[in-house]
Design a protein around this ligand. Structure first.
Ligand SMILES: [Zn+2]
Length: 93
């Protein structure tokens, strides 16, 4: 799946379709200090890197977000994409 450098999309702030620059939004590492992450660390203790009974499954098709930034006002919003085998490449012109 190839994604162009710029696409025309609706901008909420401008109220019309404008040019947007496209960036893939990569998922960052989870913050180790949040309660949910600390709980997860506790639960999987003693079972390797997984919870008890949890199996190691590799996902082939992963979704994600595209970060669209309006070139007129700078407003940024996310557009989800899913089910691509490869990470979408950003085409260079
Ligand atoms: Zn805008």
């Amino acid at each position: 799946m190839k994604i162009p450098d710029e696409i025309i999309a609706y901008c909420k702030r401008c109220g019309k379709h404008t040019k947007h620059t496209v960036k893939r939004d990569k998922k960052g590492k989870p913050s180790p200090l949040t309660w949910g992450q600390r709980q997860y660390e506790r639960v999987k203790e003693g079972h390797g890197s997984k919870r008890r009974g949890e199996k190691d499954i590799m996902k082939v098709n992963k979704g994600g977000n595209l970060r669209l930034t309006c070139t007129e006002c700078g407003y940024t919003h996310l557009r989800p994409y899913d089910r691509t085998k490869k990470e979408p490449e950003i085409e260079k012109q």
